[in-house]
Design a protein around this ligand. Structure first.
Ligand SMILES: [Zn+2]
Ligand SMILES: [Zn+2]
Length: 92
C-alpha cells in the first residue's frame, strides 16, 4: 500500500470531460485502473485505502461496468456508495 502522496499519472478516459486525460492514481492501483480502462470499463475514482482495506474502492461510470469489474476481481464486491454511484470494494 502506498502513502497518500504516492501516485502515478495514468492516461484514462474522463467520464466527466469525455476525453483522455492524465489522472493521478494511487501508485499500487495504477496498473489495475489502466487495465480496466483498456478493457473499456470507465472508472470515476479510486483509492487503495492506504493500509485500511475498508477504505479501498473503485468507482465506475455505469452499473454494467462495476458489475463486470466485480466478476473480474474475486476478492472485491459490488456496492452502491452513499451517493448511489456504482463501485467495487474489498470484500468484508
Ligand atoms: Zn496503495
Ligand atoms: Zn488513496
Amino acid at each position: 500500500m502506498c502513502k497518500h502522496d504516492e501516485t502515478s499519472a495514468v492516461k484514462l478516459w474522463s467520464y466527466q470531460h469525455k476525453k483522455l486525460q492524465y489522472k493521478n492514481i494511487d501508485k499500487c492501483m495504477a496498473h489495475l485502473i489502466s487495465d480496466f480502462n483498456e478493457y473499456g470499463l470507465i472508472t470515476t475514482g479510486s483509492c487503495c485505502g492506504h493500509g485500511k482495506d475498508n477504505d479501498a474502492y473503485i468507482g465506475f461510470a455505469s452499473m454494467e461496468d462495476a458489475k463486470q469489474a466485480e466478476k473480474m476481481m474475486s476478492r472485491w464486491e459490488f456496492y452502491l456508495n452513499e451517493a448511489g454511484n456504482p463501485c467495487i470494494r474489498k470484500r468484508r
